[in-house]
Design a protein around this ligand. Sequence first.
Ligand code: 5GP
Ligand code: ZN
Length: 115
Amino acid sequence: MEENCIFCKIIKGEVPSSKVYEDEEILAFNDIDPAAPIHILVIPKKHIKSLAEMQEEDTRLISQIYKVINKIAEDQGFKEKGYRVIVNCGKDGGQEVGHLHFHLLAGTQLGEKIV
Ligand code: 5GP
Ligand code: ZN
């Protein structure tokens, strides 16, 4: 847990969020400023600053996050139609919150592909 991290505060319940999924290691909640009809942030409870900071020991946790993403897609009924997962990393990657997070976007035909 990091003192001044907004997502750590959400994990601790100090900042409210609209939770979508939670287990011992992972939390998912709705983005406060959605970029699509469905915009969920999926985060590890462990404070990892960014994808660039992940350690060998985090490999299982990161693959678990993808498993949770698929479960959310299934549970919310958009697994068939499709979805997009984005991880912004660092300044050039457009990362604003310094706690690793996976954007899960769905609910419409998403716009322009950057990659
Ligand atoms: P980034 O730009 O770092 O990849 O994405 C950060 C995301 O976190 C943004 O989409 C932003 O809307 C979201 N966000 C920032 N602060 C909060 C908050 O306090 N609550 C929620 N639910 N989302 C937040
Ligand atoms: Zn944090």
